[in-house]
Design a protein around this ligand. Structure first.
Ligand code: FAD
Ligand code: SIN
Length: 543
């Protein structure tokens, strides 16, 4: 299957193609450069767009006195609710500290204590202070700034902005050969073309825009995961959509990206209350307000149902110096008429993070040779059924380096790029073509929020699936960015719902009203592969 596009009119070649300019893409590109490879980064909007720059709480790593990677691993495995691949987690936590050192060597600056040591805070699921941060609550902006400066400094990295990857191209042996893409450019590179490379790295980030309310920015339409799905890559654990418990509640009708209130605010002493001031997390979990994210989210939803309220409140009024410690959050609260130094903040869960994605091995390679996935679009197995807070930026840093090493070790000295005739032949073979009209986007997002969010059931999921299927008639003959993105959202919504229907248990961030227990039968990864327009399931043992 492929998206409807016009015929490619130009071509460009590189050693490695990186799709996306968040922490995952930029780290992979910089590591490839240190191994002497020429890189092309394509990114669909301005180069700094994506979730990375919005990250608040920080990056988790065993850097504090007395902390160890083993302790970090234990907390990651508990949060992952039995579905983490232990070997992936070992890599994440053991390589975490050196990945952060490398980030600092690229110029990132983190907050320090009065004594000059690195400042560490706490977030949900961590049994100790382990999160480094920058600018108080502007960690992502600093990571993005530092990585972008390093990338822009390197003449071996070419960057195309406003360049949207559309579909994968394959070599005659089935390995990845590049992508079709569309650039809003000028001169010879305008409109649809092809970017050819010896290896392709998908680093397109999250899929939050599948839901009507998300912490993710507008670019998070899961294009890379949908592209991989259409190309025959395995998509794993995609039912585990993490809903962040404390997203600023404005009203139920708010659509799109919503302001996040970092878990670090609870790490610094804030607590949740209901409409009559009860601290409902007190008896819900031994870690109380700092329980793993899925547990806090479920308790909030239960409380909203029990008390018939549309949101709960976060009381941060006792945090000394809130405006200095959390300047971004303070500002966004003020813009929404809340002064968090005096008032409780209305909060409710919203979609935040895809714990699953393109299934990869421990070098970040998918089941398609030469096609890699890094960061939020990947499923390395490190997050299981629920990612531990602040392990995401870390994953991009750690696996970006491993992917670069794997690519560099496998690239031939002379890459044989596809000829124009081979490209035409390959694209002609790819049927059917699909393109849906962007007017269906809101209906799709609302259906997902209604039936496939925190609490799901056979009934709610089947109704969402019925709506999704009914939208397929709205096809379009007009290839453009919003139609391509909407078609990607459509494919991902269906993939999520089918996986959520298939997993007949509750675990991590997948909560089934009709199957409330966690069962041994589902102690496995659910992989999905698209074959001739049918979604096929494969069950994979936990490593
Ligand atoms: P992104 O940073 O989202 O980058 C994706 C890139 O791909 C973008 O450049 C985008 O434009 C590009 N792209 C997308 N589609 C295409 C296409 N078709 N063609 C070309 N380019 C494309 N995690 C933590 O560890 N700690 C935190 O404190 C934290 N806080 C968060 C706060 C918020 C508000 C949000 C939204 C997330 C937070 N996360 C946090 C999660 C974390 O920020 C993300 O998971 C992480 O930044 C993802 O990085 P990435 O490089 O995979 O994707
Ligand atoms: C937050 O700051 O609460 C978000 C952290 C994360 O998603 O890891």
């Amino acid at each position: 299957m492929k998206l409807l596009t016009s015929k490619p009119g130009w071509r460009v070649e590189s050693d490695a193609l990186v799709i996306g300019s968040g922490v995952a893409g930029l780290t992979t590109a910089l590591n490839l450069r240190s191994l002497g490879k020429k890189v092309l980064i394509i990114t669909k909007s301005n180069i700094d767009e994506g979730s990375t720059k919005w990250a608040q709480g920080g990056i988790a790593a065993a850097l504090g006195p007395g902390d160890t990677p083993e302790e970090h691993m234990k907390d990651t495995l508990i949060a992952g609710a039995g579905l983490c691949d232990q070997n992936a987690v070992e890599i994440l936590v053991n390589k975490g500290p050196s990945a952060i050192e490398k980030l600092i060597s690229w110029g990132a600056q983190f907050d320090v204590t009065a004594e000059g040591g690195i400042a560490l805070t706490r977030e949900g699921g961590h049994k100790r202070n382990r999160i480094i941060h920058a600018g108080g609550d502007a960690t992502g902006a600093e990571v993005s700034r530092a990585l972008l400066a390093a990338v822009k400094d390197d003449p071996g990295i070419q960057i195309f902005e406003h360049a949207i990857a559309i579909d994968l191209l394959k070599n005659p042996d089935g390995s990845a050969a590049g992508v079709t893409l569309h650039i809003i450019g000028e001169g010879s590179r305008d409109g649809v073309g092809v970017a050819l490379a010896g290896a392709v790295v998908i680093a397109t980030g999250g899929i939050g825009q599948v839901y009507s309310q998300s912490t993710n920015p507008a670019v998070s339409t899961g294009d890379g995961v949908a592209l991989a799905l259409r190309a025959g890559a395995k998509i794993s654990d995609i039912e585990f959509i993490q809903f962040h418990p404390t997203v600023l509640w404005r009203d139920n009708a708010s659509l799109g990206q919503q302001p996040l209130i970092s878990e670090a605010v609870r790490g610094e002493g804030a607590f949740l209350v209901n409409d009559i001031g009860e601290k409902f997390m007190e008896n819900a979990h031994p870690l109380k307000d700092l329980a793993p994210r899925d547990i806090v989210t479920k308790e909030i939803v239960k409380e909203m149902v029990r008390r018939n309220i549309s949101h709960v409140w976060l009381d941060a009024t006792k945090i000394a110096d809130f405006p200095k410690r959390f300047p971004t959050i303070y500002q966004s609260c003020l813009e929404n008429g809340i002064d968090p130094t005096r008032q409780q903040i209305p909060v409710a869960p919203a979609s935040h993070y895809a714990s699953g994605g393109i299934r990869t091995n421990l070098q970040g390679e998918s089941n398609i040779k030469g096609l890699y996935a890094c960061g939020e679009s990947a499923c390395t197995g490190a997050h299981g059924a629920n990612r531990l807070a602040s392990n995401s930026l870390l994953e991009g840093l750690v696996f970006g380096s491993l992917i670069a090493q794997d690519i560099a070790s496998k690239l031939p000295t002379e890459i044989e790029y596809l000829s124009d005739d081979q490209i035409d032949g390959y694209l002609d073979q790819q049927t059917p073509t699909l393109l849906l009209d962007s007017s269906i986007k809101i209906t799709l997002q609302l259906a997902m929020t209604q039936g496939a969010s925190v609490l799901r059931s056979e009934k709610s999921l089947q109704e969402t699936l019925r709506i999704i299927n009914s939208l397929q008639i709205h096809s379009s003959k007009n290839p453009n960015i919003s139609n391509w993105e909407t078609t990607n959202l459509f494919l991902l919504a269906k993939t999520i719902v089918l996986a959520a229907l298939e997993r007949k248990e509750s675990r991590g961030s997948h909560w089934r009203e009709d199957y409330p227990a966690t069962t041994e039968d589902f102690h496995l990864h659910l992989n999905q592969i698209l074959q001739r327009e049918e979604w096929k399931f494969e069950r994979e043992a936990i490593q």
